[in-house]
Design a protein around this ligand. Sequence first.
Ligand code: IFM
Length: 462
Amino acid sequence: MPAFPDNFLWGTATAAYQVEGAWNEDGRTPSIWDTFSHTPGLVANGDTGDVACDHYHRLEEDLDLLAALGVGAYRFSISWPRVQPGGRGPANGPGLAFYSRLVDGLLTRDIAPVATLYHWDLPQELEDAGGWPQRDTALRFADYARLMGDALGDRVHTWITLNEPWCSAYLGYASGVHAPARTEPAAALAAVHHLNLGHGLAVQALRSTAAKDARMSVTLNLHHVRGVSEADADAVRRADAVANRAFLGPMLEGAYPRDLIEDTAAVTDWSFVRDGDEATACQPLDVLGVNYYNPTLVRQWDGAGPRETADGHQDGAASPWIACEDVEFVKQPGPYTEMGWNIDETGLTELLLRLHRDYPSMPTMITENGAAFPDPVGEDGRVHDEDRVDYLRRHLTAVAEAMEAGADVRGYFVWSLMDNFEWAHGYAKRFGIVRVDRDTMERTWKDSAYWYRDVVATGKLG
Ligand code: IFM
């Protein structure tokens, strides 16, 4: 059984809109996800994040839960419209006070606060002004980062600027399955750039505040893209460019990859990239956050017969895979999680080793990994989620294998601490190691929570 180093950071993760609720309290204004979830037909069962897990009102209880799990770190996100209503102007005192209590409550319990600035909840007013396809949103984001650095900077262990900008740009502005539900490929690529720029500006802003000594990071949901055969190398390259190198390039190398610009030439001329932007996006980081759930399998489409689009996002013209019209997304062998995602931890080892090869001096941290399963409550009132324990054990073994092969991995955060609002799927998909009863909000440890507590305590996989 692999053992992890003593200083390995063990944590769990959540995001503001998915757990907090209190959507219109204490001065918070709507985000694009309030608008999205309140639009009939966009979220399964008409679910919204209005109440979510009521974490805003159950903060102490949830802090105690984290302490009982024994984790060394907690990754949460800050709701931008809660702390800066409308996305402009001064900070909102009650909103800040909530996060201040959260951070202090973590520190009191010896848990390192890992704060994500942007986990998809753009203030609606900024979307009304054009959203991420507009340059000004990146500037607003930097202002918000500065406010947060001033308020919490001396107490947060690690700052993560963005969570999964792939989702913000492509699911939000190309396929439209996420807020703000736009299906405009050119706007999606502009959003990619302004997210990259906003990241760099935010790191600069944070470093000008009390956060200057904190660790800086960004979380990417990198796709581990494999080809069915060697003949599919160009399909792999295209998908990798638009999904991964569109972010890794500017953020870690200071330049967009040439092939991405060429592949997408029919969609945009990238004239929104101004001199100096790529250098701004490329700020020194302390650790790269990696979210991994499953790999992606592609094949070059020969144009004959219907194109396979098994990645679940390929609905008609509104695909998140811009400039991948001749790429087939191939169904992968099971087993599958409740999301329909195949379980294949080997992709995580390979991804971590690729990052280690391409960016040898950049440590990584798994900022999300986990699985949704049906999780029925047993007759004994407990949730015996062996499938989740198995998933987590496999993926942690994969992390250990990457570390043995040289990858510098500093930590691991289970997604998620508790069942929560799974975006367009509403509450139907349960990712938590702690169950949340939708009627009573009662938190109940699943078997995976007990298992994870023991892993955290021993550094060994039971
Ligand atoms: O719930 C999400 C999270 O908000 C971002 N990463 C993937 C998770 C599971 O879909």
